[in-house]
Design a protein around this ligand. Structure first.
Ligand SMILES: [Zn+2]
Length: 133
């Protein structure tokens, strides 16, 4: 298909682009806030550990943003390559309801849940995908 994404995905594309923009903006805002905080570095020990704590939160949040940004980027890529909206696990179309809620969803609900269960056994469950939007 040479005429770009299918019209029915154009809306999702817009949503994804908007989301990517939001995440990028939030990341640079955090970065800016961190730089500002650094200009005002207190030097005694107590404040230093507080600062480490904040840094940890920042890094943690930032990596979630990074991950989300990557998910959104992947979804945009799938629209470009015409693979969007199909679950790679079972080859079934992902429901519109799900895509409306989580436009960057890669798997259908059934497969996502199975993967989550699998991850719960070992790694941490990737909950943010459903939670942060
Ligand atoms: Zn599936």
């Amino acid at each position: 298909m040479k005429n770009g994404p299918k019209p029915k995905f154009a809306t999702y594309r817009k949503m994804l682009e908007k989301k990517a923009e939001e995440v990028r903006r939030s990341m640079s805002a955090q970065k800016a806030a961190q730089v500002v905080a650094r200009l005002d570095v207190p030097s005694d020990e107590g404040d230093l550990s507080q600062q480490h704590h904040e840094e940890w939160i920042f890094l943690n949040r930032n990596s979630l943003d990074m991950k989300l940004l990557r998910e959104v980027g992947d979804a945009l890529q799938r629209i470009e390559t015409d693979n969007y909206g199909t679950c790679p696990e079972c080859d079934e179309p992902i429901s519109t309801k799900r895509l409306d809620a989580v436009p960057w969803a890669r798997y259908c609900v059934t497969c996502q849940e199975r993967i989550a269960t699998r991850q719960a056994a070992g790694e941490e469950v990737d909950e943010f995908e459903e939670a942060s939007r």
